[in-house]
Design a protein around this ligand. Sequence first.
Ligand code: DSN
Length: 478
Amino acid sequence: MSRNAESTAFRSALEVIRAVEPRVADAIGAELTDQRESLKLIASENYASPATLLAMGNWFSDKYAEGTVGRRFYAGCQNVDTVEALAAEHARELFGAAHAYVQPHSGIDANLVAFWAVLADRVESPALKKAQVRQVNDLTEADWFALRRELGNQRMLGMSLDAGGHLTHGFRPNISGKMFDQRSYGTDPATGLIDYDRVAEVAREFKPLILVGGYSAYPRKVNFRILREIADSVGATFMVDMAHFAGLVAGKVFTGDFDPVPHAHIVTTTTHKSLRGPRGGMVLCQPELADQVDRGCPMVLGGPLPHVMAAKAVALAEARRPDFADYAQRIVDNAQALAEGLLSRGAKLVTGGTDNHLVLIDVSGYGLTGRQAEQALLDSGIVTNRNSVPQDPNGAWYTSGIRIGTPALTTRGLGTAEMDQTAELMHTVLTQTTAGANADGTPSKAKYTLDPALADKIARQATDLLAPFPLYPTVDLT
Ligand code: DSN
């Protein structure tokens, strides 16, 4: 695509927006500038292609399309059918999945669709069969009451939050924790790795309806074949949330035992992280769960967003191109180079390194909390996010970790040499930052000191590092 076509498209769009509310046009332009200038190491963020972005800004946004392809509750959905069917076809082909449902608006929505598909299949359907009725409206009040109690009395086993699991895998602040009786499996305190024997032991004791695999802050591969065997041994449905590493599955970096799709009954993902698509979610499943999954809207989702499904179709088509596999491999090469660069400068990393797109630094080694480190790095033009580490003494707000990831910088074209330079910049900031004290002299978990001149110098060096790798080089808004 020529520089001209993409520049013209975005410039024209901003001109149209500016005529109505110039402050919105200005904010959109400012966001591009900010993204271009920051060294983005947030493991869950990326940069979608211009084609993906443009597919979202159009009249598909106006259309209601509850239902599924060819079976809608609204008339006039033929064009939505086209893009939804395309997105689902690309998803099935890309991941080798039997069924794909591309309507979820986010990862949490995709997980809710999956949970309710399993509950419908494993709890509701048998109850309807037993009562010899076709649907819930035909149950007696007493049977309906009993079914509701049964639906609310199921068990889920997922990875603990401080080991890298996700809030939506049954934790109390999230609706999943209010729906399910939950237990967690953690990681081995000595190695930081998943202890599969321990997972099997907890599964045997707890007998979950759903065993969840997947993480948002675990820097290693997961063996999904073993987790499936554990699920089978206790009669659990095996679900994997691959939101963080879907791009590595799509790019065939994770194959065999490490590809969740052939092993899990149901797989959820976001479409924006390492997969580099629009903000959104998706569910892949085995044929026996397809009908229940397709009931996601209106079961737990509001009307599907056809403009986002159009963008999913574009991004998934991009991920099916041969160069996406090269991109996925470079994400991991970069993460490993970044981990090596940090380790060689004395950083303490959870599990001692990485097999995937993310690195978790235990910043207690620098005498800092995650919050202090996150802010000091931000002052220096390096965007990261704080994250708990296993058995974190500082809790989920202050934390003792910094999570970093390479999908975004890899999209810009930075390679392993730049990762080493990034490690040097981070090392300088983290070693030169000192934890502060509260007014009463006790150690503060938030206050810190970093020489502003040094922070400015690092920020300039970060900008210099990015300069040869312009973000959206085909887009010129001037
Ligand atoms: N917010 C995403 C992340 O940063 O990992 C997951 O929900």
